[in-house]
Each structure stands twice: as structure tokens, then as C-alpha cells.
Design a protein around this ligand. Structure first.
Ligand code: 3PG
Length: 395
């Protein structure tokens, strides 16, 4: 996928550049718990600053209904100021009065200065991809840069909308993630092994559908595996099951490329009575309060054999309930193997909530070739969907 890229731009001095980042970071009160997304957009922001551009940053935070003080980007602006070692004033946009103030503040920006707009989702038109809001945003700048891969799947005024009214380019973070993911899916070093887990089965089915023809093996755990056991007619107790996907799951899990667990760790939600059960014909979760909460040790061995042969690895979604002992062991074992093979024999890509969380928890981030900033966006990309933010930047 060829995108117009920021690096192609010359003469940025004095240009006002609106940059849509994704600084949707986890907060506890005003404390940022994790600033990965902020640090990953630093190269784009620093480049613009060094070129003497006047930088206007826009991001959302959470899913506010109107203006919600607890979802202000103020802590994010402060963190960015620390990282950039320069001031990053936060500009209010909640009211028209605020908007006018904001326009004058943007007009007054000097070369190499940076400001951040308040949470763009405080404005109703953002999520509705309102052309009025997109035009207003476009009036703030000479150029638009989309750097938030994590928001590229949203048709929103500050993502795809504004790109209709300004010359628009991909920032370094976005261009890099799209390049790596496209390469891994379209022209992977083989074997390409995909690991899919997690509980949101509805987001995984389209990925299996899209990647079956491209991958050499798809190793499945999480709700895909529990739904498969249920679909075969086995009792799965309190395990998460996506009943509406029965037909798809049976079809895909019977495909030779899809490798299903051969055993599972079963127990209650507090980790009591945990035992390993083979997922053979006699498989049954006897107690209705027990569930399949992890792949078992034989499955770890089976999956490991595929992972060791892989030259491209893509991982999305946990293979066990990793926060709840003892269901986290298998997931951790896979995480360590995944990290050991990445940046070496295999090119390793990981994205999405819990799989990224386990890598972070185990201190393995630096061992992975790409830890994607995109959760939902990566899922949609892997599912072969068109991402509105990317469509807007295509050459
Ligand atoms: C994310 O965290 O995945 C992105 O910031 C997108 O957030 P959203 O799902 O609220 O659009």
C-alpha cells in the first residue's frame, strides 16, 4: 500500500502542520500508566520541530460523551512537553469561543513550536466525520499528517475528514507500521505463522478468513478454541463461547492450516481446581462453573514447534487468562519463545491488548521487531479491511 509520506516533503519551515496522533493512553486519575503511543510518535513531532514547522497536535482520549474533565489531554500534553523538552500548551476547543481562541493561538505559533488541541472527541462532529469540523480543522494548517495508526480505522473528522481538505501525508509511525504489516501479510518470509487468541472472537474470524490463503499456519487459542470445543458438541462449562460463529469456527478449525489446542487448563475463575485436560473425544468440562482458561502444556509444545520454524510471526490475542494464576503460564511461555525468535530467525509482530500486555509485563518489548500501536486498527488491517485513514493518504 503506497502512502504519501512526510519524508517526501521538503521546505517545512514556517508551515503549519496539523498532526493527528493517537495519544489514547491508559490513565489512572491524572497519571499516565503507559506512554508507549506518545514515545512512538516522537520521531514525527521532533522531525517537524527540527524542520521549523509549526505543529498542531490533535488526539482523542477515551470515549467521552461531550466534555468530560477526566478525559482532558492535559496530562498527555505535560508528558509530551517533558519528552520534547519544550512547552506544549493545551488549547481548549470545547466552545466556539474556545475555538476562536484556539485559532488565534495557532496563528501566533512560532517556527518549531508545538501546541496540542484538547480531546478532539469533546466535539460531537469528530466521530460523525462532520465535514464542517473537518473544514475548521483544515483552516488551522497548511498540511495534514496522520501519525496515529491506532486510529486509522476510524472515519472521523480529524482522521480521514480533514485529509479531504488539505495536502495529507503519513507520519513516520504510521508509514512504518503500514509498511511492516503489508510486507508481513503480502510478501512474508516463510513460513508465516499467525497466533490468534483473545476473547473477542468476532474480531478474529475475519482475520482467519483473510489470512488463511496467506499464512502457512494459524495457531488458535482463547475464545476461538473454546467455541470450537463447544461447536463440536463438548461441554465447556463457563468458557466464553461465540455461539453465532459456530458454522465459521467449524469450517476454519477443520482447515489443515489452523492448529487447534490439544489440551486445555480448566478450573474456576479464581484459579482453583485447575487441571489439564486433553481436548480429545472425551473432553468435557464437568463443572458448569469451570471454564477453559488457557491452552495446556502439550499445546504449548505443539505451538512451539511451529513458532520455531517460522520466519514471520504475527501474534494477536492472549492464549490464556494471563492475569489469573495459574492460567497465565502458557501465555508467558509463548511470549518468551515469540520474543526469542523475533529479531533473529523470525520477524515478529505483535499487536492488540492482552498479547502486548503480556510482552510488557515480561519485559520483552525490545525483543520484538514491531509491537504495533494499533489494537482495533491492526485487527482490521489483518482482516484485509480498508482503513479510512489510510485510504485518504494513498498515492
Ligand atoms: C485504540 O486505543 O485502539 C485507539 O485509540 C482507538 O480508540 P477507539 O476504539 O475508542 O476508537
Amino acid at each position: 500500500m503506497a502512502l504519501k509520506e512526510l519524508r517526501q516533503l521538503k521546505r517545512l519551515q514556517g508551515k503549519r502542520v496539523l498532526v493527528r496522533v493517537d495519544f489514547n493512553v491508559p490513565l489512572r486519575g491524572k497519571k499516565i500508566l503507559e506512554d508507549y503511543k506518545i514515545t512512538k510518535s516522537l520521531p514525527t513531532i521532533e522531525y517537524l520541530v527540527q524542520c521549523g514547522a509549526r505543529v498542531v497536535l490533535a488526539s482523542h482520549l477515551g470515549r467521552p460523551k461531550g466534555v468530560e474533565a477526566k478525559l482532558s489531554l492535559r496530562p498527555v500534553a505535560s508528558r509530551l512537553a517533558e519528552l520534547l523538552k519544550q512547552k506544549v500548551p493545551l488549547l481548549p476547543i470545547a466552545t466556539l469561543k474556545g475555538w476562536q481562541k484556539m485559532e488565534s493561538a495557532v496563528r501566533a505559533l512560532g517556527n518549531g513550536e508545538v501546541v496540542m488541541l484538547e480531546n478532539i472527541r469533546f466535539i460531537a462532529g469528530e466521530k460523525k466525520d462532520s465535514p464542517e469540523l473537518a473544514k475548521k480543522l483544515a483552516r488551522l494548517a497548511d498540511l495534514f499528517v496522520l501519525d496515529g495508526f491506532a486510529v486509522a480505522h476510524r472515519a472521523a473528522a480529524s482522521v480521514s475528514g480533514v485529509a479531504r481538505f488539505l495536502p495529507s501525508y503519513a507520519g513516520f509511525l504510521l508509514a512504518n507500521e503500514v509498511k511492516i504489516l503489508s510486507q508481513a501479510v503480502m510478501h512474508p518470509r516463510r513460513p508465516l505463522v499467525v497466533i490468534l487468541g483473545g476473547i473477542k472472537i468476532e474480531t478474529k474470524i475475519p482475520i482467519i478468513k483473510n489470512l488463511l490463503s496467506k499464512a502457512d499456519a494459524i495457531l488458535v487459542g482463547g475464545a476461538i478454541a473454546t467455541t470450537y470445543e463447544w461447536a463440536k458438541g463438548n461441554s465447556v462449562g463457563a468458557s466464553i463461547v461465540g455461539k453465532e460463529f459456530k458454522k465459521d469456527i467449524l469450517k476454519y478449525c477443520h482447515n489443515k492450516k489452523v492448529i487447534v489446542p490439544i489440551d486445555a487448563v480448566v478450573g474456576d475463575a479464581k484459579g482453583n481446581h485447575a487441571q489439564v485436560i486433553a481436548t480429545d473425544r472425551s473432553f468435557a468440562v464437568a463443572n458448569k462453573n469451570f471454564g477453559m482458561y488457557s491452552i495446556g502444556p502439550k499445546t504449548v509444545q505443539l505451538f512451539s514447534a511451529y513458532i520455531k520454524k517460522a520466519r514471520t510471526l504475527i501474534w494477536n490475542g492472549a492464549l490464556g487468562w494471563f492475569e489469573q494464576p495459574p492460567y497465565g503460564h502458557a501465555n508467558r511461555a509463548i511470549a518468551h519463545l515469540f520474543a526469542a525468535r523475533s529479531k533473529g530467525r523470525a520477524f515478529g509482530i505483535c499487536g492488540g491488548g492482552e498479547s502486548v500486555e503480556v510482552l510488557r509485563h515480561e519485559g520483552l518489548f525490545d525483543d520484538i521487531d514491531l509491537v504495533s500501536t494499533g489494537g482495533g486498527a491492526m485487527l482490521e488491517f489483518l482482516a484485509g479491511k480498508k482503513l479510512p485513514g489510510l485510504t485518504a493518504l494513498q498515492k
